[in-house]
Design a protein around this ligand. Structure first.
Ligand code: DAS
Length: 360
C-alpha cells in the first residue's frame, strides 16, 4: 500500500476513533451527576485557632467555594457547584431562614440540570432543617444535609469526608425517593428520624430506629427505607406555604412552673409542644393550665423529653381524647415543633393534626 494511501487509511480510521474516545470522555464527564451544594454555615465551615482546638472554634467562617476547593475528590463523584445561602451558626436559624432555604432547594430540585442537592449546615439544628425539608420539598431527587463536629482546622477533622460522602449520596441514583437524608460519620440517616444525640463527638447523630445505610469510599449501601410520608407523597408543599405557624416548646421537670406556657400564650402561639417527663407526662398542677390554653384555641401536643426509641402513647398518661390534645408519637420536641408549624399552615383541626402526627 502506497505511503499516501496508508496515511489516508489511518486518517480515515484513527480520527473517528480518537473522536469517539474524546466524546466518550466528555460523555463520561456528563455521565456524572450534577450536584449543587447550598452552604448555610456551622462547624463544617468553622475555623479554630490551632489544630488541637477541636471543640473551641468559630462556626460559619469558611465560604462554600473554599469548602469545595478543600475536597478536590468531590469532582470524582459528581459535577459540583456551590451557593452560599447563609453563613450562620445553626442555633440561630429562624423560621424565615428555613423558608428561604426550602424555597431555594425546591427551585433547584425542579431544574433538569440538577440531579442532587447537598446542604452544609450547623449540627445544632440540622435535624430540624432536614425534617422540615422532608415535609415540604416535593421531589424524589436526593437531598442530603451534612455537618461536622470538628472544624476543618482541627486534627482529624470530620467535615471533609462528611462532605465527600454527602455529595456521593446526592449523586447516587439509589438515594432517590428515600426522603431527605443526613450523611454524617459514614452513616446515611433519615432526615425524619435523626437527632443530635451527643454534643461533642463525631458519632453525634443517631436515629432511634437505626440508620438507613452507610456510605463508604463514595458508595452508598442501603439496609432500610423510610415508611413515613415525605417529599413526593407529602401533602405539604413549600410553594404553597407563606409563613410557618408560631409554635413553642416547654420542658417538663419536677417542681415546674406554668409561667412558660402563660408567656407563650401571651406571644400568641398556635400550639405548644409539652416536652413531658416519661411518656409525655403532665404535672397535675400543669394540667388545668393546658386545658385552659386548649379552651382558648391553642393546640396542646404531648411530646417527651425522653427520646431514643419509644413514642408517646395516646390516652395513656393523659386522657387526650377527653382534653382534645394531640400526641407527637415518636417525634422529639424539636421535631414535633417543626411538624406542628408546617401542619398548622393547612389545618386548625386537632383530629387532622393527630392524623398528620401519625403519618409523617
Ligand atoms: N454552633 C453549631 C452550629 O452551627 C456548630 C456546629 O456544630 O455546626 O450548629
Amino acid at each position: 500500500m502506497h505511503t499516501l494511501d496508508l496515511t489516508r487509511w489511518l486518517a480515515g480510521r484513527a480520527l473517528p476513533l480518537l473522536a469517539a474516545l474524546t466524546l466518550s470522555g466528555a460523555a463520561l464527564a456528563d455521565a456524572k451527576s450534577n450536584v449543587v451544594i447550598l452552604a448555610t454555615g456551622g462547624t463544617i465551615a468553622g475555623a479554630g485557632a490551632t489544630a488541637a482546638a477541636s471543640a473551641t472554634y468559630q462556626a460559619a467562617k469558611v465560604p462554600v467555594d473554599k469548602l469545595i476547593a478543600g475536597v478536590p475528590e468531590l469532582a470524582d463523584v459528581a459535577n459540583v457547584r456551590g451557593e452560599q445561602v447563609f453563613q450562620i451558626a445553626s442555633e440561630s436559624f429562624t423560621n424565615e431562614q428555613l423558608m428561604t432555604l426550602g424555597k431555594r432547594v425546591a427551585a433547584l430540585a425542579k431544574q433538569e440540570d440538577v440531579d442532587g442537592i447537598v446542604i452544609t449546615h450547623g449540627t445544632d439544628t440540622l435535624e430540624e432543617t432536614a425534617f422540615f425539608l422532608n415535609l415540604v420539598v416535593r421531589t424524589d431527587k436526593p437531598i442530603v444535609v451534612v455537618g461536622s463536629m470538628r472544624p476543618g482546622t482541627a486534627l482529624s477533622a470530620d467535615g471533609m469526608l462528611n462532605l465527600y460522602d454527602a455529595v456521593a449520596v446526592a449523586a447516587a441514583k439509589d438515594a432517590r425517593s428515600k426522603g431527605v437524608l443526613v450523611a454524617m460519620n459514614d452513616e446515611i440517616q433519615s432526615g425524619r428520624d435523626v437527632t443530635k444525640a451527643i454534643n461533642i463527638r463525631t458519632e453525634a447523630f443517631k436515629s432511634p430506629w437505626g440508620a438507613l445505610g452507610m456510605v463508604v469510599e463514595g458508595k452508598s449501601y442501603w439496609f432500610r427505607a423510610p415508611v413515613k410520608r415525605h417529599t413526593m407523597n407529602s401533602e405539604f408543599d413549600i410553594e404553597k406555604i407563606e409563613k410557618l405557624a408560631p409554635v413553642e416548646v416547654a420542658y417538663g421537670y419536677g417542681n415546674m412552673s406554668p409561667s412558660a406556657y402563660r408567656a407563650f400564650e401571651k406571644d400568641g402561639v398556635k400550639a405548644i409542644i409539652h416536652a413531658g417527663t416519661g411518656n409525655g407526662s403532665v404535672a397535675k398542677h400543669i394540667v388545668p393550665v393546658l386545658q385552659d390554653l386548649r379552651g382558648k384555641g391553642v393546640q396542646v401536643i404531648r411530646s417527651a423529653r425522653v427520646t431514643g426509641g419509644g413514642f408517646v402513647l395516646r390516652n395513656a398518661e393523659q386522657p387526650d381524647d377527653k382534653y382534645d390534645w394531640v400526641v407527637a408519637h415518636d417525634l422529639n420536641p424539636q421535631k414535633a415543633r417543626i411538624l406542628a408549624a408546617v401542619a398548622l399552615t393547612r389545618t386548625q383541626d386537632s383530629k387532622e393534626l393527630q392524623r398528620i402526627f401519625w403519618e409523617y
